[in-house]
Design a protein around this ligand. Sequence first.
Ligand code: KG4
Ligand code: ZN
Length: 329
Amino acid sequence: MQILGIETSCDETAAAVVADGRRVRSSVVSSQVDLHARYGGVVPEIASRAHVEIVNDVIEQALVEAGVTLRDIDAVAAVHGPGLAGALLVGVSAAKAIALAIDRPYVGVNHHEAHMYAALLEDPGLEPPFVTLVVSGGHTLLIAMDDHGKYRVLGRTVDDAAGEAFDKVARFLGLGYPGGPAIDRLARQGDPKAIAFPRPMLDDGNDFSFSGLKTAVVLYMRKHPDAEVADVAASFQAAVVDVLVTKLLRVAEQTEMQTIVIGGGVAANSALRERLVEEGETSGLRIMLPSIGLCTDNAAMVASVAWWRLAADGPTSLAGGAYPSLRIG
Ligand code: KG4
Ligand code: ZN
């Protein structure tokens, strides 16, 4: 069964064709980063317009690269939440229109759930149960996936998401947008132990807080205007990674799960990945790190999760809309 997936929840227009939930036939991602960079963040209205302009071309390219036509597509999926309302509506409308035209089911997909399924595309043997860290620009979630479609949210951020903290600190340090990759690159030249930034809520339950850490960076720079920016970036990143990894491992222990899966844009962070590989080696836990292209927003993960959702729950009604605040679990 071949599913066409569409993702337009934020600033990436993406389409992909995936067979049987696991085999990626094509995955096309068109980034709007250049359009938003000069504003230092995503401008919702610009994002929606850019999606409208390019979504048909991206879908066409995904079909061509997969070597199929719409006649070969068995279902059409789109992320219907969470995300920016206008941006989501573009993908949802495109998917519903195509589904109606080719008389195939439409499947509305949760963006977080899609990030959790990215790892399944890379490892055909991977099956729940596992614990997941979904860590992106809008969310930081610790989720136990007991089975397909069965989730327990065990921790979430009480203020900024980890990616948001990366973006805000990068903007403050003058590193541009998006901030995560910029800090990741610069941190390689810095000393992660140079500055002892706080590890917020480290021993305080499974929730996260990154807003105070961002403020700590601002206060430090005000006090030490000549500080080496690479050291600040590396030390900030080390604090974020420390909190994410400590809580993730703790949740794995609490739930007695042996497998850890990560997803979302921040899962592309090299320090986070290195630390998790080390932890996997010492703890014996199985750590699944999807490749960078599957961590950041893409539509292959959308087509993948749609296959599981369609099998379990059937199609989504064409009367369904976009749900900017959609939750999981
Ligand atoms: O999942 P994603 O592509 O979009 C959302 O669903 O939000 O995540 C984007 C976020 C941004 O905040 C970006 O700065 C961050 O992921 N990010 C990174 C890295 N690459 C992307 N953060 C840290 N290190 C990276 N290498
Ligand atoms: Zn995302």
